[in-house]
Write a protein that binds this ligand. Sequence first.
Ligand SMILES: *Cc1c(COP(=O)(O)O)cnc(C)c1O
Length: 402
Amino acid sequence: MTLQEQLIEKTERYSAHNYHPLPIVLTKGEDIWVWDTDGKKYLDCLSAYSAVNQGHCHPKIIQALKEQAEKLTLTSRAFHNDRMGSFLEKLCSVAEMEMALPMNTGAEAVETAIKAVRKWAYEVKGVPNNQAEIIFCEGNFHGRTITTVSASSEEEYKHHFGPFTPGFKLIPYGDAQALEAAITPNTAAVIMEPIQGEAGINVPPEGYLSATRHICHRHNVLFVLDEIQTGLGRTGKMFCYQHEHDAKPDMLIVGKALSGGTYPVSAVVSSKAVLEVFTPGIHGSTYGGNPLGAAVGLAALEVIEEENLAERSHLLGDYLMRKLEAIPTNKVAEIRGKGLMVGIELHKDVGPARPYCEALMERGMLCKETHETVIRIAPPLTIEKENIDWMVDQLTEVLAAE
Ligand SMILES: *Cc1c(COP(=O)(O)O)cnc(C)c1O
Protein backbone atom coordinates (compact mmCIF):
# COMPACT_ATOMS: atom_id res chain seq x y z
CA MET A 1 0.00 0.00 0.00
CA THR A 2 1.18 3.51 -0.74
CA LEU A 3 1.37 6.07 2.06
CA GLN A 4 -1.79 7.77 0.76
CA GLU A 5 -3.66 4.45 0.72
CA GLN A 6 -2.56 3.75 4.29
CA LEU A 7 -3.69 7.17 5.47
CA ILE A 8 -7.03 6.81 3.70
CA GLU A 9 -7.55 3.34 5.18
CA LYS A 10 -6.87 4.60 8.70
CA THR A 11 -9.14 7.60 8.23
CA GLU A 12 -11.95 5.45 6.82
CA ARG A 13 -11.60 2.94 9.67
CA TYR A 14 -11.95 5.52 12.45
CA SER A 15 -14.07 8.23 10.85
CA ALA A 16 -17.84 8.06 10.48
CA HIS A 17 -18.54 7.88 6.76
CA ASN A 18 -20.50 11.09 6.40
CA TYR A 19 -18.34 12.20 3.44
CA HIS A 20 -17.10 10.56 0.25
CA PRO A 21 -13.83 12.42 -0.48
CA LEU A 22 -11.77 12.06 -3.64
CA PRO A 23 -8.93 9.56 -3.02
CA ILE A 24 -6.23 12.10 -2.23
CA VAL A 25 -4.48 13.05 1.04
CA LEU A 26 -3.40 16.67 1.31
CA THR A 27 -0.65 17.82 3.61
CA LYS A 28 0.32 21.35 2.58
CA GLY A 29 -1.29 24.46 1.09
CA GLU A 30 0.05 27.77 -0.19
CA ASP A 31 -2.07 30.36 -1.98
CA ILE A 32 -3.97 28.57 -4.79
CA TRP A 33 -1.89 25.38 -4.47
CA VAL A 34 -2.16 22.25 -2.33
CA TRP A 35 0.18 19.26 -2.14
CA ASP A 36 -0.54 15.60 -1.44
CA THR A 37 1.65 13.36 0.73
CA ASP A 38 3.60 12.19 -2.37
CA GLY A 39 4.58 15.81 -3.03
CA LYS A 40 2.31 16.19 -6.08
CA LYS A 41 1.01 19.74 -6.53
CA TYR A 42 -2.62 20.60 -7.36
CA LEU A 43 -4.52 23.75 -8.27
CA ASP A 44 -7.33 24.02 -5.70
CA CYS A 45 -10.55 24.82 -7.55
CA LEU A 46 -12.83 24.26 -4.56
CA SER A 47 -11.28 26.55 -1.91
CA ALA A 48 -12.94 24.53 0.86
CA TYR A 49 -16.37 25.62 -0.43
CA SER A 50 -15.20 29.26 -0.55
CA ALA A 51 -13.67 29.38 2.93
CA VAL A 52 -10.23 29.95 1.37
CA ASN A 53 -11.04 32.97 -0.84
CA GLN A 54 -7.79 34.61 0.34
CA GLY A 55 -5.68 31.58 -0.66
CA HIS A 56 -4.25 28.84 1.57
CA CYS A 57 -2.20 29.92 4.58
CA HIS A 58 -2.27 33.60 3.64
CA PRO A 59 0.84 35.08 5.33
CA LYS A 60 -1.01 38.03 6.88
CA ILE A 61 -3.79 35.86 8.30
CA ILE A 62 -1.33 33.24 9.59
CA GLN A 63 0.76 36.02 11.19
CA ALA A 64 -2.36 37.30 12.99
CA LEU A 65 -3.18 33.74 14.07
CA LYS A 66 0.33 33.11 15.42
CA GLU A 67 0.63 36.41 17.24
CA GLN A 68 -2.77 36.08 18.86
CA ALA A 69 -2.23 32.36 19.67
CA GLU A 70 0.79 33.29 21.77
CA LYS A 71 -1.07 36.02 23.62
CA LEU A 72 -4.67 35.11 24.43
CA THR A 73 -6.99 32.64 22.72
CA LEU A 74 -10.19 32.36 24.74
CA THR A 75 -11.81 34.34 27.52
CA SER A 76 -15.44 33.28 27.02
CA ARG A 77 -17.91 36.12 26.88
CA ALA A 78 -17.96 36.28 30.68
CA PHE A 79 -15.23 38.91 30.19
CA HIS A 80 -14.45 41.38 27.43
CA ASN A 81 -11.42 40.71 25.24
CA ASP A 82 -9.36 43.37 23.47
CA ARG A 83 -9.86 41.98 19.93
CA MET A 84 -13.59 41.47 19.42
CA GLY A 85 -14.56 45.15 19.12
CA SER A 86 -12.13 45.93 16.29
CA PHE A 87 -13.14 42.80 14.39
CA LEU A 88 -16.86 43.55 14.59
CA GLU A 89 -16.28 47.24 13.78
CA LYS A 90 -14.53 46.14 10.57
CA LEU A 91 -17.20 43.56 9.76
CA CYS A 92 -20.01 46.11 10.23
CA SER A 93 -18.16 48.62 8.05
CA VAL A 94 -17.59 46.07 5.26
CA ALA A 95 -21.22 44.88 5.46
CA GLU A 96 -22.64 48.42 5.89
CA MET A 97 -24.58 47.27 8.94
CA GLU A 98 -24.79 48.50 12.55
CA MET A 99 -24.23 45.46 14.77
CA ALA A 100 -22.95 41.91 14.64
CA LEU A 101 -23.28 38.74 16.69
CA PRO A 102 -20.22 36.47 16.34
CA MET A 103 -20.49 32.68 16.27
CA ASN A 104 -18.23 29.91 14.93
CA THR A 105 -19.67 27.75 12.16
CA GLY A 106 -22.03 28.76 9.39
CA ALA A 107 -24.86 26.57 10.64
CA GLU A 108 -24.64 28.22 14.07
CA ALA A 109 -24.89 31.63 12.48
CA VAL A 110 -28.01 30.52 10.56
CA GLU A 111 -29.49 29.22 13.83
CA THR A 112 -28.69 32.58 15.39
CA ALA A 113 -30.46 34.36 12.52
CA ILE A 114 -33.52 32.15 12.99
CA LYS A 115 -33.59 32.94 16.72
CA ALA A 116 -33.16 36.66 16.02
CA VAL A 117 -35.99 36.92 13.47
CA ARG A 118 -38.38 34.88 15.61
CA LYS A 119 -37.69 37.04 18.65
CA TRP A 120 -38.07 40.17 16.50
CA ALA A 121 -41.42 38.83 15.22
CA TYR A 122 -42.77 38.37 18.77
CA GLU A 123 -41.28 41.43 20.43
CA VAL A 124 -41.28 44.03 17.65
CA LYS A 125 -43.73 42.93 14.95
CA GLY A 126 -46.27 41.53 17.42
CA VAL A 127 -46.76 38.01 16.07
CA PRO A 128 -48.61 35.80 18.63
CA ASN A 129 -46.17 33.62 20.61
CA ASN A 130 -45.06 30.38 18.88
CA GLN A 131 -46.84 31.33 15.65
CA ALA A 132 -43.90 32.86 13.74
CA GLU A 133 -43.26 31.55 10.24
CA ILE A 134 -40.04 31.75 8.26
CA ILE A 135 -39.96 31.30 4.49
CA PHE A 136 -37.12 29.36 2.84
CA CYS A 137 -36.50 28.42 -0.79
CA GLU A 138 -36.56 24.97 -2.34
CA GLY A 139 -33.04 23.73 -2.98
CA ASN A 140 -31.59 25.78 -0.13
CA PHE A 141 -28.53 24.87 1.88
CA HIS A 142 -28.10 26.48 5.30
CA GLY A 143 -26.14 23.83 7.21
CA ARG A 144 -26.59 20.44 8.83
CA THR A 145 -28.11 21.03 12.26
CA ILE A 146 -31.61 19.70 12.96
CA THR A 147 -33.13 23.15 12.49
CA THR A 148 -31.27 23.95 9.27
CA VAL A 149 -32.14 20.58 7.72
CA SER A 150 -35.72 21.09 8.89
CA ALA A 151 -35.81 24.03 6.49
CA SER A 152 -34.36 21.94 3.64
CA SER A 153 -36.21 20.40 0.69
CA GLU A 154 -33.49 17.80 0.21
CA GLU A 155 -34.68 14.31 1.22
CA GLU A 156 -31.08 13.10 1.58
CA TYR A 157 -30.33 15.73 4.23
CA LYS A 158 -33.44 14.79 6.25
CA HIS A 159 -34.00 11.03 6.01
CA HIS A 160 -34.44 9.54 9.51
CA PHE A 161 -33.38 12.74 11.26
CA GLY A 162 -36.92 13.71 12.27
CA PRO A 163 -38.89 14.98 14.05
CA PHE A 164 -38.09 18.37 12.58
CA THR A 165 -38.31 21.98 13.71
CA PRO A 166 -41.72 23.44 12.74
CA GLY A 167 -42.51 26.95 11.54
CA PHE A 168 -40.85 26.86 8.12
CA LYS A 169 -42.44 27.26 4.69
CA LEU A 170 -40.84 26.42 1.34
CA ILE A 171 -41.31 28.36 -1.89
CA PRO A 172 -39.75 27.90 -5.35
CA TYR A 173 -36.41 29.72 -5.70
CA GLY A 174 -36.34 32.65 -8.09
CA ASP A 175 -40.09 33.32 -8.06
CA ALA A 176 -40.93 36.62 -6.33
CA GLN A 177 -44.69 36.14 -6.84
CA ALA A 178 -44.54 32.84 -4.94
CA LEU A 179 -42.85 34.69 -2.09
CA GLU A 180 -45.53 37.34 -1.90
CA ALA A 181 -48.25 34.66 -1.94
CA ALA A 182 -46.60 32.75 0.94
CA ILE A 183 -46.45 35.72 3.32
CA THR A 184 -49.01 35.82 6.14
CA PRO A 185 -49.38 38.22 9.10
CA ASN A 186 -47.22 35.75 11.08
CA THR A 187 -44.28 35.76 8.67
CA ALA A 188 -41.12 36.87 10.47
CA ALA A 189 -38.58 36.59 7.67
CA VAL A 190 -37.50 35.10 4.40
CA ILE A 191 -34.04 33.51 4.49
CA MET A 192 -32.31 32.68 1.20
CA GLU A 193 -28.99 32.42 -0.61
CA PRO A 194 -28.39 35.04 -3.35
CA ILE A 195 -27.00 32.17 -5.47
CA GLN A 196 -27.74 28.61 -4.33
CA GLY A 197 -24.29 27.03 -3.99
CA GLU A 198 -24.88 23.47 -2.85
CA ALA A 199 -27.94 23.11 -5.08
CA GLY A 200 -25.62 23.41 -8.10
CA ILE A 201 -24.77 27.13 -8.46
CA ASN A 202 -28.35 28.23 -9.15
CA VAL A 203 -28.42 31.88 -10.17
CA PRO A 204 -31.87 33.48 -9.71
CA PRO A 205 -33.36 35.77 -12.40
CA GLU A 206 -32.01 39.33 -12.55
CA GLY A 207 -33.98 41.56 -10.20
CA TYR A 208 -35.14 38.74 -7.91
CA LEU A 209 -33.28 40.00 -4.85
CA SER A 210 -34.46 43.58 -5.13
CA ALA A 211 -38.03 42.36 -5.77
CA THR A 212 -37.72 40.20 -2.65
CA ARG A 213 -36.48 43.15 -0.63
CA HIS A 214 -39.43 45.29 -1.70
CA ILE A 215 -42.00 42.56 -1.03
CA CYS A 216 -40.48 42.00 2.42
CA HIS A 217 -40.60 45.69 3.28
CA ARG A 218 -44.18 46.03 2.07
CA HIS A 219 -45.25 43.27 4.48
CA ASN A 220 -42.96 44.11 7.42
CA VAL A 221 -41.00 40.88 6.91
CA LEU A 222 -37.23 40.69 7.44
CA PHE A 223 -35.14 39.95 4.35
CA VAL A 224 -32.22 37.73 5.39
CA LEU A 225 -29.44 36.65 3.03
CA ASP A 226 -27.20 33.69 3.79
CA GLU A 227 -23.97 34.89 2.16
CA ILE A 228 -21.79 32.30 3.92
CA GLN A 229 -20.65 30.97 0.53
CA THR A 230 -21.38 33.87 -1.86
CA GLY A 231 -20.08 36.67 0.37
CA LEU A 232 -16.65 38.22 0.90
CA GLY A 233 -15.71 38.62 -2.74
CA ARG A 234 -16.60 35.23 -4.16
CA THR A 235 -19.08 36.41 -6.81
CA GLY A 236 -17.23 39.55 -7.91
CA LYS A 237 -18.69 41.92 -5.31
CA MET A 238 -18.03 42.06 -1.57
CA PHE A 239 -21.56 40.62 -1.18
CA CYS A 240 -23.55 38.98 -3.94
CA TYR A 241 -26.66 41.13 -3.40
CA GLN A 242 -24.60 44.15 -4.56
CA HIS A 243 -24.93 42.89 -8.15
CA GLU A 244 -28.51 44.19 -8.02
CA HIS A 245 -29.72 47.72 -7.45
CA ASP A 246 -31.45 48.26 -4.12
CA ALA A 247 -31.28 44.67 -2.85
CA LYS A 248 -29.66 45.21 0.55
CA PRO A 249 -31.01 42.72 3.12
CA ASP A 250 -32.03 43.47 6.70
CA MET A 251 -29.61 40.81 7.89
CA LEU A 252 -26.55 39.09 6.45
CA ILE A 253 -25.17 35.74 7.55
CA VAL A 254 -21.42 35.31 6.97
CA GLY A 255 -18.88 32.57 7.68
CA LYS A 256 -16.42 30.49 5.67
CA ALA A 257 -13.95 33.10 4.23
CA LEU A 258 -14.51 35.29 7.29
CA SER A 259 -11.46 33.51 8.68
CA GLY A 260 -9.69 32.78 5.37
CA GLY A 261 -9.85 29.07 6.10
CA THR A 262 -7.88 29.09 9.33
CA TYR A 263 -10.39 28.80 12.13
CA PRO A 264 -14.21 28.70 12.27
CA VAL A 265 -15.58 32.24 12.50
CA SER A 266 -19.14 33.22 11.52
CA ALA A 267 -21.51 36.05 12.30
CA VAL A 268 -24.92 37.55 11.86
CA VAL A 269 -24.78 41.24 10.86
CA SER A 270 -27.82 43.49 10.96
CA SER A 271 -29.37 46.68 12.29
CA LYS A 272 -29.59 47.72 15.92
CA ALA A 273 -33.38 47.51 15.63
CA VAL A 274 -33.15 43.76 14.99
CA LEU A 275 -30.11 42.67 17.00
CA GLU A 276 -31.20 44.60 20.08
CA VAL A 277 -33.76 41.83 20.68
CA PHE A 278 -30.82 39.98 22.23
CA THR A 279 -30.33 40.74 25.90
CA PRO A 280 -27.81 39.19 28.32
CA GLY A 281 -28.21 35.47 28.88
CA ILE A 282 -30.63 34.59 26.08
CA HIS A 283 -28.13 33.40 23.46
CA GLY A 284 -24.41 32.64 23.36
CA SER A 285 -21.46 30.51 22.43
CA THR A 286 -18.32 29.68 24.44
CA TYR A 287 -16.01 30.29 21.47
CA GLY A 288 -18.12 32.93 19.69
CA GLY A 289 -16.19 36.22 19.47
CA ASN A 290 -13.03 34.73 20.97
CA PRO A 291 -9.83 36.78 20.57
CA LEU A 292 -8.11 34.27 18.29
CA GLY A 293 -11.08 34.14 15.92
CA ALA A 294 -11.46 37.92 16.11
CA ALA A 295 -7.78 38.54 15.24
CA VAL A 296 -8.00 36.11 12.33
CA GLY A 297 -11.34 37.57 11.15
CA LEU A 298 -10.01 41.12 11.12
CA ALA A 299 -6.94 40.06 9.11
CA ALA A 300 -9.10 38.01 6.72
CA LEU A 301 -11.35 41.03 6.00
CA GLU A 302 -8.34 43.33 5.56
CA VAL A 303 -6.79 40.94 3.02
CA ILE A 304 -10.00 40.92 0.94
CA GLU A 305 -9.91 44.73 0.79
CA GLU A 306 -6.15 45.25 0.43
CA GLU A 307 -5.86 42.73 -2.40
CA ASN A 308 -9.07 43.85 -4.14
CA LEU A 309 -10.27 40.27 -4.16
CA ALA A 310 -13.86 41.12 -5.08
CA GLU A 311 -12.69 43.09 -8.14
CA ARG A 312 -10.26 40.28 -9.10
CA SER A 313 -13.10 37.78 -8.81
CA HIS A 314 -15.24 39.95 -11.08
CA LEU A 315 -12.59 40.38 -13.81
CA LEU A 316 -11.17 36.86 -13.70
CA GLY A 317 -14.63 35.33 -13.36
CA ASP A 318 -15.74 37.03 -16.59
CA TYR A 319 -12.55 35.84 -18.28
CA LEU A 320 -13.10 32.27 -17.03
CA MET A 321 -16.75 32.26 -18.14
CA ARG A 322 -15.86 33.40 -21.67
CA LYS A 323 -13.19 30.69 -21.97
CA LEU A 324 -15.48 27.97 -20.57
CA GLU A 325 -18.21 28.88 -23.04
CA ALA A 326 -15.71 28.46 -25.87
CA ILE A 327 -14.76 24.87 -24.95
CA PRO A 328 -15.71 22.59 -27.87
CA THR A 329 -17.76 19.87 -26.18
CA ASN A 330 -21.16 18.24 -26.44
CA LYS A 331 -21.20 17.19 -22.78
CA VAL A 332 -22.10 20.50 -21.17
CA ALA A 333 -25.75 21.48 -20.73
CA GLU A 334 -25.21 24.84 -19.04
CA ILE A 335 -22.54 27.02 -17.46
CA ARG A 336 -23.76 29.23 -14.63
CA GLY A 337 -22.31 31.56 -12.07
CA LYS A 338 -21.04 34.97 -11.06
CA GLY A 339 -17.41 35.95 -10.50
CA LEU A 340 -15.29 32.98 -9.53
CA MET A 341 -18.30 30.89 -8.46
CA VAL A 342 -19.07 28.78 -11.50
CA GLY A 343 -20.97 25.56 -12.10
CA ILE A 344 -20.60 23.44 -15.23
CA GLU A 345 -23.73 21.32 -15.56
CA LEU A 346 -23.26 18.15 -17.60
CA HIS A 347 -26.00 16.75 -19.82
CA LYS A 348 -28.16 14.15 -18.06
CA ASP A 349 -27.03 11.39 -20.44
CA VAL A 350 -23.34 12.16 -19.79
CA GLY A 351 -23.74 10.70 -16.30
CA PRO A 352 -22.42 11.94 -12.95
CA ALA A 353 -19.73 14.62 -12.64
CA ARG A 354 -17.58 12.63 -10.23
CA PRO A 355 -15.52 10.68 -12.84
CA TYR A 356 -14.70 14.03 -14.46
CA CYS A 357 -13.55 15.39 -11.09
CA GLU A 358 -11.38 12.29 -10.69
CA ALA A 359 -9.89 12.78 -14.16
CA LEU A 360 -9.18 16.44 -13.33
CA MET A 361 -7.53 15.36 -10.09
CA GLU A 362 -5.19 13.08 -12.08
CA ARG A 363 -4.23 16.18 -14.06
CA GLY A 364 -3.52 18.24 -10.95
CA MET A 365 -6.77 20.16 -10.68
CA LEU A 366 -8.99 19.67 -7.61
CA CYS A 367 -12.75 20.08 -8.02
CA LYS A 368 -15.72 18.55 -6.34
CA GLU A 369 -19.00 17.73 -7.98
CA THR A 370 -22.15 19.24 -6.53
CA HIS A 371 -25.60 17.84 -7.06
CA GLU A 372 -24.35 14.83 -9.05
CA THR A 373 -24.07 16.50 -12.45
CA VAL A 374 -22.38 19.84 -11.74
CA ILE A 375 -18.62 20.47 -11.71
CA ARG A 376 -18.07 23.40 -9.37
CA ILE A 377 -15.21 25.80 -10.11
CA ALA A 378 -14.36 28.12 -7.22
CA PRO A 379 -10.61 28.71 -6.90
CA PRO A 380 -9.08 31.11 -4.36
CA LEU A 381 -9.66 34.69 -5.54
CA THR A 382 -5.89 35.25 -5.64
CA ILE A 383 -5.67 33.13 -8.80
CA GLU A 384 -3.86 34.58 -11.87
CA LYS A 385 -4.98 34.61 -15.50
CA GLU A 386 -2.36 32.05 -16.55
CA ASN A 387 -3.69 29.59 -13.94
CA ILE A 388 -7.17 30.03 -15.41
CA ASP A 389 -5.79 29.31 -18.89
CA TRP A 390 -4.23 26.10 -17.58
CA MET A 391 -7.45 25.18 -15.76
CA VAL A 392 -9.52 25.61 -18.92
CA ASP A 393 -6.99 23.49 -20.87
CA GLN A 394 -7.53 20.63 -18.40
CA LEU A 395 -11.30 20.98 -18.61
CA THR A 396 -11.14 21.09 -22.40
CA GLU A 397 -9.28 17.79 -22.53
CA VAL A 398 -11.47 16.09 -19.94
CA LEU A 399 -14.69 17.29 -21.59
CA ALA A 400 -13.52 16.65 -25.16
CA ALA A 401 -16.28 15.34 -27.40
CA GLU A 402 -16.06 11.58 -27.94
C1 LIG B 1 -21.39 26.15 4.09
C2 LIG B 1 -22.69 26.82 4.20
C3 LIG B 1 -23.41 26.82 5.41
C4 LIG B 1 -22.97 26.05 6.63
O1 LIG B 1 -21.73 26.42 7.12
P1 LIG B 1 -20.95 25.41 8.10
O2 LIG B 1 -19.76 26.22 8.54
O3 LIG B 1 -20.59 24.22 7.28
O4 LIG B 1 -21.87 25.08 9.21
C5 LIG B 1 -24.60 27.53 5.46
N1 LIG B 1 -25.06 28.20 4.40
C6 LIG B 1 -24.40 28.22 3.21
C7 LIG B 1 -24.96 28.99 2.06
C8 LIG B 1 -23.20 27.52 3.07
O5 LIG B 1 -22.57 27.50 1.89
